[in-house]
Write a new protein. Structure first.
Length: 131
């Protein structure tokens, strides 16, 4: 699942760059699959749900608590508001990642959103609450 998260980062930024040039890569489907499915698959895992029988080994969840690892969530959430992502971001901001151009929070943060949470236990509990 760590690699799923790692792979989504450049895909989101490629889709963002393409959108600025008039191409909708977010809407592109290949064999009935799209980037939104990859995001949903990862978010299901992050919420503690068993995502697939194909994921048979225990998965490392430490990436969820490394701010830079969630860098793709800022542009994705800005374009497609998502409560699960909002909860993750509220605990993780500000987010910066050298490989994707620096601070995605500065570029994509909607300042109308609530201030970040600081209670880690409440944050973890909120991830598992239904939307």
């Amino acid at each position: 699942m760590h690699y799923q998260n790692y792979a989504i980062l450049p895909l989101v930024y490629i889709a963002e760059i393409a959108s600025r040039q008039g191409y909708d890569l977010y809407g592109l489907k290949v064999d009935g699959k799209d980037l939104h499915m990859a995001v949903d698959f990862l978010l299901e895992f992050m919420q503690g749900k068993k995502v697939s029988s194909a994921v048979y080994r225990r998965q490392d969840q430490s990436f969820i608590f490394k701010r830079r690892e969630l860098n793709w969530m800022e542009p994705y959430n800005n374009r497609f508001p998502n409560e699960r992502i909002r909860k993750l971001l509220s605990h993780s901001r500000p987010i910066a990642h050298n490989w994707s151009g620096g601070s995605s929070t500065i570029y994509f943060f909607d300042f109308k959103e609530p201030a970040p949470q600081t209670d880690v236990k409440a944050f973890l509990k909120s991830l598992r609450e239904p939307e």
